[in-house]
Design a protein around this ligand. Structure first.
Ligand SMILES: [Zn+2]
Length: 61
């Protein structure tokens, strides 16, 4: 187990929906609108965003 220095507060909940695992670099990339209730928020980590060309949600190209 490696001692982790406190990361600079990741904006996401620490979960990547693409590789379906915890990540310290996950950020919100999409919100799926649902018929009822709040949209489903999708987070992706750095490697997954690079692989799939994802951009943080709300970021204009
Ligand atoms: Zn990922």
């Amino acid at each position: 187990m490696t001692a982790q220095s406190s990361p600079p507060a990741p904006p996401g909940p620490g979960w990547c929906h693409w590789h379906k695992g915890p990540s310290g670099t996950a950020v919100l990339v999409d919100i799926i609108e649902q018929g009822s209730g709040p949209g489903r928020q999708l987070y992706a980590c750095n490697p997954c965003r690079e692989q799939r060309g994802l951009r943080p949600y709300g970021e204009k190209s």
